[in-house]
Design a protein around this ligand. Structure first.
Ligand code: GDD
Ligand code: MN
Length: 375
């Protein structure tokens, strides 16, 4: 069989018939053999509608789970039941246009994974209100910051994507929450990704099932996925060490001022140097831990390298605060942007230079098309 379309459903009684029929229509005459596989956890009468659909169209199949729930686990269940060489995953609520299915299928000849994207030129996420947009943006940025593999992908939290079966054949998928695509991108076997723009449509039947618990699960999911790749794990530990360095710095300052009566500028510099030594030691012992310790002179040199990188980070941060200030923006916002960039820069510099770790992952090939491209 050429294609399996896996659709997770939870209380979608009004949507399953239109989506199945629009997919059938979109694929009519294209000459592919395919199945539409619903994995349903509904507590309403969606299964009754699915049974009618399956009786009417031989390509429609469904599994109803009355004990289990979860979007990602439903998709993984769908993978294990599916028979197609290609798999496309999409939502049931018509926010993902079924007319894109044959195009994704064609693009799968060019890439291992095809991701329709709301966030490249020609795409739009018009179906979300401003609050959902902000939550969705923050979630995506956190994922892309923590996980290197996701950085080149514009819509890594999408519930709409296509892949070759071989991508997930040996991946040990252990899904929590919603973002199964992120897990596939971290654990799957692939090297070429293709993105194409699409307009995410407003939902007009039923409502979103996303809850605050899902947002919390998402953070757990990111941390778990980040631990999968040693470099991402080092980055998270590096950020944690840096975060602990801040109270160390402030505590040091308080002690120097109150117990030793130091001049403020001097106390501030000494406190920062103390925090830097603290950060260096923890990074040396935990973040970049190695079995065999190098000789003392080498570690002294590493400390100097670390200090130099830190000094440059401070300069980067100050440059942003200053630039924001002179252009009339809020210097605190500039400082924050500077801190984020400096953190990222100092991690890369320390990883590659101070502690000399080579890049650990093969490069990805990401191709993009824009509205109107003829491929
Ligand atoms: N089987 C099953 N079990 N399906 C579920 C469950 C569940 O526990 N929860 C939700 N679904 C199904 C819904 O019925 C729908 O088909 C699909 O998963 C997406 O659920 P929505 O409630 O419509 O999610 P959303 O619109 O807020 O977010 C979706 O779109 C975003 C953008 O592509 C999700 O796919 C997000 O992961 C995605 O980021
Ligand atoms: Mn939806």
């Amino acid at each position: 069989m050429d294609l399996s379309i896996v659709i997770p459903t939870f209380n979608e009684r009004g949507n399953v018939r239109p989506i199945a029929e629009r997919i059938i229509q979109a694929l009519a005459g294209a000459g592919y053999s395919y199945e539409i596989l619903f994995v349903d956890d509904s507590r309403d009468d969606t299964p009754t509608v699915l049974a009618q659909l399956a009786a009417q169209y031989p390509c429609v199949k469904f599994l109803h789970r009355s004990e289990e729930r979860g979007l990602a686990s439903a998709v993984v269940k769908g993978f294990s039941l599916s028979a197609g060489n290609y798999i496309i995953v999409m939502d049931a609520d018509l926010q993902h246009p079924p007319e894109l299915v044959p195009i994704i299928l064609k693009r799968l000849a060019l890439a291992d994974v095809v991701i329709p994207s709301r966030f490249i030129s020609g795409g739009s996420d018009g179906g979300l209100n401003i609050f959902r947009k902000l939550v969705s943006w923050t979630a995506r940025m956190l994922g892309r910051l923590a996980i290197r593999r996701l950085r080149a992908i514009s819509d890594c939290t999408s519930g709409f994507f296509g892949l070759h079966r071989s991508v997930i054949a040996t991946a040990n998928l252990d899904p929590i929450g919603w973002k199964i695509l992120m897990e596939i991108l971290v654990k799957g076997d692939y090297h070429a990704i293709h993105e194409l723009p699409y307009a995410f449509i407003a939902r007009d039947n039923g409502e979103s099932k996303m809850t605050w618990k899902d947002q919390y699960d998402y953070l757990r999911h990111i941390v778990r996925l980040a631990r999968h790749n040693p470099e991402d794990a080092r980055f998270i530990t590096f950020c944690l060490v840096g975060a602990v360095g801040v109270p160390v710095n402030l505590l040091g300052l308080t002690i120097l001022l109150n117990l030793f009566g130091l001049d403020v500028a001097l106390a501030s510099v000494v406190a920062s140097v103390m925090a830097m030594i603290h950060n260096f030691l923890w990074n040396d012992i935990v973040t970049w831990r190695i079995q065999k310790r190098p000789p003392l002179w080498r570690r002294g040199l590493q400390f100097l390298q670390f200090a130099l990188v830190s000094a440059l980070s401070i300069a980067i941060t100050a440059a942003f605060a200053h630039t924001f200030f002179v252009t009339g923006w809020n210097p605190i916002a500039g400082q924050l942007v500077g801190i984020i960039l400096a953190t990222w820069w100092s991690f890369v510099a320390n990883d590659r230079w101070t502690w000399g770790r080579p890049e650990s992952q093969p490069a990805l090939v990401v191709t993009r098309e824009y509205a109107g491209d003829s491929l």
